[in-house]
Design a protein around this ligand. Structure first.
Ligand SMILES: C[S@@+](CC[C@H](N)C(=O)[O-])C[C@H]1O[C@@H](n2cnc3c(N)ncnc32)[C@H](O)[C@@H]1O
Length: 198
């Protein structure tokens, strides 16, 4: 496991969101991968961890049919997500919560267990990855799926350290995939998507 100073807290993320920083959008290929691996939701509960401005949670809610909750530790990100609620017209929107997945009280979430937990561009930033995976795993319903999207180290042609640091190491990839009964993966340029089943 790569040991780094934790960047999984509001002190790191809130200034980025408040300063206008935004992250990679969902492309058609990524949406199709999720539809293939995760859909249909059939109104089952889903939890998007580190939901940012809510794009993925809205996709789960409105396109795949999950009853979705998005949590993020940045108040600005959660406010941005909620501000989009009117975009979809009538019908239930995702539930948004400002919550730190590592330190917050997860018993306050709307459901005790989730058929789907998603975590996109978030795992890389977790300081204590085993503890993070343990907390998330305890929220998965039997037969549920943990969907993790993360950049893999070594896939960029750039040597800019600001970009190459975005990928996870082989050790962190092994940590992520250890102890699951099913592990399916799909590659999307510098990203890898993991569908993990307990
Ligand atoms: C790179 S952004 C990705 C946002 C979104 N998942 C996306 O794909 O656009 C990482 C997100 O994780 C959130 N985050 C980081 N640590 C967190 C924590 N401990 N609890 C909840 N959210 C966290 C950040 O606030 C940020 O919104």
């Amino acid at each position: 496991m790569t040991t780094t100073k934790s960047t999984a807290n509001p002190a790191y993320w809130e200034p980025l969101w408040a300063g206008g920083r935004r992250y990679r959008r969902l492309c058609a290929t990524e949406r199709q991968l999720m539809a293939n691996h995760l859909g249909p939701g059939l109104d089952r509960p889903a939890l998007d961890v580190g939901s940012g401005d809510g794009t993925l949670a809205r996709y789960l809610q409105h396109e795949l049919g999950y009853r979705t909750t998005g949590i993020d530790c940045s108040p600005t990100a959660v406010a941005l997500a909620a501000a989009h609620d009117a975009d979809h017209g009538p019908g239930p929107e995702p539930t948004w919560r400002c919550l730190d997945v590592n330190t917050g009280d997860l018993t306050t979430l709307p459901a005790p267990a989730y058929a789907l937990i998603t975590c996109r561009l978030v795992y890389r930033w977790m300081g204590d990855k085993p503890a993070f995976l343990d907390r998330v795993r305890h929220l998965l319903a039997p037969g549920g799926t943990l969907w993790v999207v993360t950049e893999i180290a070594g896939r960029r042609t750039s040597t800019d350290p600001a970009l190459t640091r975005l990928g996870i190491s082989p050790t962190d990839a092994e940590l992520l995939t250890t102890g699951w009964s099913t592990v399916r993966t799909a590659d999307l340029d510098v990203l890898r998507c993991y569908a993990l089943g307990p």
